[in-house]
Design a protein around this ligand. Structure first.
Ligand SMILES: C[S@@+](CC[C@H](N)C(=O)[O-])C[C@H]1O[C@@H](n2cnc3c(N)ncnc32)[C@H](O)[C@@H]1O
Length: 217
């Protein structure tokens, strides 16, 4: 029975099983979403020389836009649970001569240990956003007052109920658990007090931006 309770910490092996077979066709199957990737990166308030976390980076489809923002003096830290997706992200970085990309495996518990980032991107990572444990782990590596941006699909509102089945099937290859699909940003809002959410495309998607709490004076 569906519940609005967050799931337990996601099993990285389950995620690896979801994305392993999907990795090689992921870019082709999700080309239509590239403008939303570019739109969410455009809203992430990071600049030249910054270190940015690309959480659930997948094959690195947000990295070109992130690289444009932080420049060669900045750093992009991509973290993902799937080795196959990370392998393709690594190939992308090599082919583009992006020497400032670090790729980390989420199955390594201390992966982020030495990372201190100026901002974080959560693009199309519903399962990550539904895990309080993963969110806490990731966000504690951001500086106080760091910008955060998230975007992805969501369950259409009641007035667009006719779209619900279609949206769910569109996202089902990429989501392990649809819990929280009404308001995927809900747990992020607890860490990002000024989170501003805009629903897009008849409520089938969203874009959310804000900052981690500022340092106490
Ligand atoms: C739909 S893809 C999005 C990839 C990329 N952000 C994009 O915009 O194309 C979701 C990604 O999240 C990753 N993922 C799922 N759970 C994760 C976790 N707990 N930690 C890190 N990555 C995770 C998956 O392996 C997958 O690559």
């Amino acid at each position: 029975m569906p519940t609005d309770e967050p799931p337990a910490t996601p099993d990285p092996h389950k995620t690896a099983r979801t994305y392993g077979p999907e990795a090689n066709r992921y870019d082709r199957r999700t080309t239509a979403y590239q403008r939303w990737r570019d739109a969410v990166v455009a809203k992430l308030d990071v600049g030249t020389g910054d270190t940015v976390l690309d959480v659930g980076c997948g094959t690195g489809l947000c990295m070109s836009a992130l690289h444009d923002k932080v420049g060669p003096s900045g750093t992009i830290v991509g973290i993902d649970a799937s080795d196959e997706m990370l392998g393709l992200a690594r190939e992308r970085a090599t082919n583009n001569d992006w020497h400032n990309v670090r790729l980390l495996s989420a199955s390594e518990p201390a992966a982020l240990q030495d990372v201190r980032a100026d901002g974080a991107l959560f693009c199309a990572v519903h399962d990550v956003l539904q895990s309080p444990a993963v969110l806490t782990q990731v966000l504690e590596h951001l500086r106080p007052g760091a910008p955060v941006a998230a975007a992805g699909g969501k369950r259409p509102p009641i007035w667009a109920w006719g779209l619900r089945g279609w949206i769910r099937s569109l996202h089902s290859p990429y989501i392990d658990d649809f819990t929280g699909f009404d308001r995927p940003w809900r747990l992020l809002a607890a860490h990002v007090p000024d989170l501003n959410v805009r629903e897009l495309a008849f409520g089938t998607g969203y874009l959310a931006t804000g900052h981690t709490p500022a340092p106490t004076p």
